[in-house]
Design a protein around this ligand. Structure first.
Ligand code: X8Z
Ligand code: ZN
Length: 602
């Protein structure tokens, strides 16, 4: 047992023995505890991160054993720390110390009870689920096998409904064997959440937003009410256009759209079917995939271009080790979790990495910006105590790179020599085309990112029996997105398992928040740099003032409630859909005209 662990152990015993006022913990002891916490986090955090990096980068039996073991021990220690933090609940403390202790208490995603056996079982299940997704493949016959990337190649570009259906259903086979493990995991996680003083996992997950969890849920729904008319107008238009192409038998006009023809495995972004839903008189739209291929850009060059955007805002260069240790391409000789992620392995030694199987297309070019958003956030708050090294809330962390993507405008692309001045002028002349392209990702993502955790909450709260699990998933997809499964789902289906964040246990409301926040950030920065054209033409590229504003918010980490961090940057404390509506106002007007005479809704 090392010195730090011994300290924690003794401290726990000491606190556990307190019986009278004289032995009540003091503010000074709280400070000592936080100092020790900081030491442990900085010495042990990097080793644990390395163990997880190995297990996601080399999925083997042994890497999983090691990761599950580290995860168990790390979680048990975290629970012990949370218990100690709770002993300071009733004493008066400096505000920052109080915040730090609260963060230590609620930093869990899937906590087991403080019990070695259950912690071990939970870690194994979680590691297995992640590996099942990472190694997932489906074979139709012995020599006709597909992994996610192979299935996605079909879903993203094929226009043949039968081929699409085969790929769509094939990938969903990988969800089936996850169901029982998933339910057992939820069971243990609920027990652990209760032990921490929450009513269950839902309460724990929604208690991280500097406001009561019930108020947070209401706020999230209220914002969606504002966005809903825009989404419904877009859905109506897309359905009508697809109906023209595929006919009534594939796309019936009075029903939700089938999920396999929308250009994305989860129908969460429809940019890949842009050409099907927006007709142009001449070809004025910018095709980034083509440009990337024509310029013969390597994966590394794609990342360098995204880095350069951040540098233009005054951010520091990425460390050399980022380039040496990141994973940019899918290895041919081993299994990795390809779902893109950003890693803060060791802040003190500036060991930051991304892990992504980059494909040379527009979608991944945008995702690279997303991932670098995380990395530059890590860099911006690296001087804070470890416990504050996180986003103002998790949605802020997801929104940074997405904010930059809104600045990939024709003017920007012209500046970096991706397009000519003539092409840029041409693209700007057709603002609806630009907005449609953005909306097929940005607007389409809103109901999807909202419904996903609604499903998860229902599972966490024990509201669904075994047979209802999959049906409720589709009930919510229909209700929020106007989408349905293209074929009846078999009774053993577990379709949520075919989306990374379910087996990977990544909370998803963060992306909903990001979808909204990115427009709030964009509008405010564009106003503050004096831009007075349409918001979709504003790019903050090269603007140091915008960079400074952004950086000063990022450097707060989670040392302040998110409402204060938001106010510091945009002068407003509220999450609001107004900025998004302003951004898309010209498109909404256009959609309303197009939809005249169409029967919208589902
Ligand atoms: O998972 C991600 C990022 C990593 S944090 C690639 N995203 C969500 C998804 O892929 O489902 C970004 C958009 C939503
Ligand atoms: Zn992300």
């Amino acid at each position: 047992m090392n010195r730090a662990i011994t300290f924690l152990f003794l401290f726990a015993v000491l606190i556990g023995c307190t019986t009278d006022d004289q032995q009540r913990p003091t503010a000074e002891q709280a400070k000592d505890f936080l100092t020790e916490y900081q030491k442990i986090a900085t010495t042990e955090g990097p080793v644990i991160s390395s163990a997880f990096w190995i297990s996601s980068n080399f999925i083997t039996h042994d890497s999983q054993v090691v990761a599950a073991d580290y995860s168990k021990r790390y979680t048990l220690k975290g629970l012990e720390e949370a218990r100690i933090a709770a002993t300071f609940d009733d004493i008066e403390l400096e505000a920052l110390d109080r915040r730090a202790l609260n963060l230590i208490k609620n930093g869990f995603v899937m906590p087991p009870p403080l019990n070695e056996e259950l912690a071990g079982e939970l870690s194994i299940i979680m590691t297995e689920l992640e590996a099942m997704y990472g190694t997932g493949q489906h074979c139709f016959t012995e020599d006709d096998c597909y992994d996610l990337e192979a299935f996605e190649n079909i879903i993203d570009s094929s226009r043949d409904p039968n081929e699409l259906l085969k790929a769509w259903s094939g990938w969903r086979e990988i969800g089936k064997p996850m169901k029982d493990k998933y339910l057992r995991m939820v069971d243990i996680g609920n027990q652990g959440s209760k032990d921490l003083g929450y009513s269950g996992l839902s309460d724990l997950w929604f208690s991280k937003y500097d406001m009561p969890s019930e108020d947070f849920a209401i706020m999230v729904d209220n914002v969606y009410e504002d966005i809903q008319p825009l989404y419904e107008a877009l859905q109506c238009h897309v359905r009508a256009e697809l109906n023209q192409i595929y006919g009534d038998s594939v796309i019936p006009l009075n029903e939700p759209m089938p999920a396999h023809v929308l250009g994305n495995m989860w129908a969460q972004s429809w940019s890949n079917i842009f050409d099907l839903v927006y007709e142009e008189e001449e070809s004025t739209s910018i095709d980034l995939t083509n440009i990337i291929l024509e310029k013969n850009l390597s994966e590394t060059e794609m990342v360098e271009i995204a880095e350069n955007f951040f540098l233009s805002l005054g951010f520091d260069k990425l460390p050399e080790t980022f380039w040496q240790r990141s994973l940019f391409t899918k290895p041919q000789d081993r299994n990795v979790v390809c779902h893109a992620s950003a890693w803060d392995i060791d802040t003190q030694n500036k060991d930051l990495r991304i892990k992504m199987c980059i494909q040379k297309n527009e979608e991944d070019f945008i995702t690279i910006h997303h991932e670098l958003g995380h990395i530059f956030y890590y860099q911006a708050y690296s001087d804070l105590p470890e416990i504050f090294q996180s986003g103002a809330n998790d949605g802020f962390h997801e929104a940074v790179g997405d904010l930059l993507s809104l600045s990939i405008t024709p003017n920007y692309l012209e500046k970096i020599n991706f397009i000519t001045p003539e092409e840029s002028a041409e693209a700007k002349r057709n603002g609806i085309s630009l907005l449609m392209k953005q909306a097929l990702d940005g607007v389409v993502g809103v109901p999807w990112t909202l419904m996903l955790d609604k499903w998860r909450m229902a599972v966490f709260d024990g509201k669904l029996n075994d047979q209802e699990l999959n049906d409720y998933w589709w009930e919510l997809r229909e209700k929020y997105q106007g989408i349905q499964a293209p074929i009846d789902r078999p009774s053993d289906a577990f379709d949520p398992g075919a989306k990374y964040h379910i087996p990977g246990n990544t909370p998803y409301t963060r992306y909903y928040l990001a979808r909204i926040l990115q427009y709030q950030f964009h509008e405010s920065l564009c106003n503050s740099i004096g831009f007075d054209g349409p918001l979709h033409e504003c790019s903050i590229y090269g603007n140091e003032l915008a960079g400074e504003k952004l950086r000063s918010m990022l450097s707060l980490g989670q040392s302040k409630p998110w409402q204060e961090a938001l106010e510091a940057m945009i002068d407003d404390k509220e999450l609001s859909g107004k900025a998004m509506l302003n951004y898309y106002a010209p498109l909404k007007q256009w959609l309303d005209q197009e939809n005249e005479g169409r029967a919208c809704g589902w």
